[in-house]
Design a protein around this ligand. Structure first.
Ligand code: PEP
Ligand code: MN
Length: 360
């Protein structure tokens, strides 16, 4: 994918880019008052507000529609904020384009990203349009689906693209509204080095009290920006009332967050880190070596089991392995859970090795 870095989208973009605004535009007054307060916070560059809202069930507030654009236009004229909104159908895009120079950035919602046909229709409507697009991750933790959506926009010529990480539907029990699965966002970044990643702590948290923690973690993972929901009167919000911050709470949050710098581009830090990085490289090589040695023994055991018609899984041995190794981990001061997960991964691979032997 050919991607233009975030810094080059607009002249004075700062990194990390802070996007803030209400979940939904509800009234002229609510939009304008929120924007006015937010624009006073120096760190916020982009205003967000949904005017078409994808809701899980009908009969909930589905957004104010086209009239919301007028309110966003006023925000644009009276503040220094850039404007972004969600588009989910070609009709939404048509309406936005018919009112030019209001929307600076489109974002694609998580439910839309989950549907390749919808994404393709949106991409077709945006062919030849020079407005950046930010694509939220799909509801399911499916990295390819996320990449696929980004690629569909890229293929019609949009190269001002960013990914918004808003977390995934929680199949596991969690305090958060959506599980972050940070490793998926890191893998996206590894595959597409230039892809800007914006974290959305509001939709990951679902509750105000977790927003700081998630935002700080995202910043420490070197994201390029944050999209945070903020509403002049969150308790009365027509959507997502529990996760929106009052503008002054947003101010407190932004002041409390630690914005650390990445040192990948800085020779001084890189040189100082070099000694320890070399040590890590060595340990990793030794780890791989040891794992390979272990797999060779696993293979030998596999041949023995095959010859003597023994099952692959020997439950008592497995229970003992987990018990002794996690006890050891505890003694060493390591997380027992981490060591258990690591062993499970190794054991899964060992079973695969022995299955192959049984088949041959
Ligand atoms: C939103 O940004 O308000 C929204 C609907 O988010 P998501 O698509 O991430 O659920
Ligand atoms: Mn929302």
């Amino acid at each position: 994918m050919k991607i233009i870095p975030l810094k080059k989208w607009f002249e004075n973009f700062e990194r990390p880019l802070i996007i803030a605004g209400p979940c939904s535009a509800e009234s002229r007054n609510q939009v304008f008052k929120t924007a006015e307060e937010i624009s006073k916070l120096e760190k916020v560059s982009v205003f967000r507000a949904g005017i078409w809202k994808p809701r899980t069930r009908p009969n909930s507030f589905e957004g104010v529609g086209e009239i919301g654009l007028k309110w966003l236009k006023e925000v644009k004229e009276k503040t220094n904020l850039l404007i972004s909104t969600e588009v989910a159908t070609p009709k939404h895009i048509e309406i936005c384009l018919k009112n030019p120079r209001i929307i600076d950035i489109f974002w694609i919602g998580a439910r839309t990203t989950s549907s390749p046909f919808s994404v393709q229709e949106l991409a077709n409507s945006l062919r030849g349009v020079d407005i950046p697009v930010m694509v939220k991750n799909p509801i399911n933790p499916d990295l390819d689906l996320w990449i696929g959506a980004l690629e569909r926009f890229n293929k019609v010529g949009i190269n001002k693209l960013a990914a918004i990480h808003r977390g995934f539907y929680p199949f596991e029990k969690t305090n958060l509204r959506n599980i972050p699965k940070w490793e998926i966002m890191i893998e996206l970044k590894r595959k597409f080095f230039n892809m800007p990643i914006i974290n959305d702590p509001s939709h990951i948290s679902g509750k105000r009290k977790f927003i700081f923690e998630i935002s700080q973690k995202a910043l420490d993972l070197n994201v390029d920006g944050l999209m945070i929901e903020s509403h002049i009167n969150p308790e009365k919000a027509l959507s997502d009332p529990k996760q929106q911050l009052k503008p002054f709470e947003l101010e407190v949050l932004l002041k409390k967050l630690k914005f650390r710098k990445s040192f990948e581009e800085n020779e001084i830090f890189k040189n100082e880190m070099e000694k320890n990085r070399k040590k890590i490289d060595l340990v990793d090589a030794q780890l791989l070596d040891l794992l390979m040695q272990r797999m060779k023994i696993v293979e030998e055991i596999g041949f023995y089991k095959k010859k003597n018609k023994l099952t692959i899984l020997q439950l008592k041995r497995w229970i003992k392995i987990i018990k002794t190794r996690t006890e050891n981990a505890k003694k060493l001061g390591m997380s027992e859970n981490f060591v258990k997960k690591l062993l499970e991964l190794i054991h899964k691979e060992s079973i695969l090795y022995q299955e192959k032997i049984m088949k041959n």
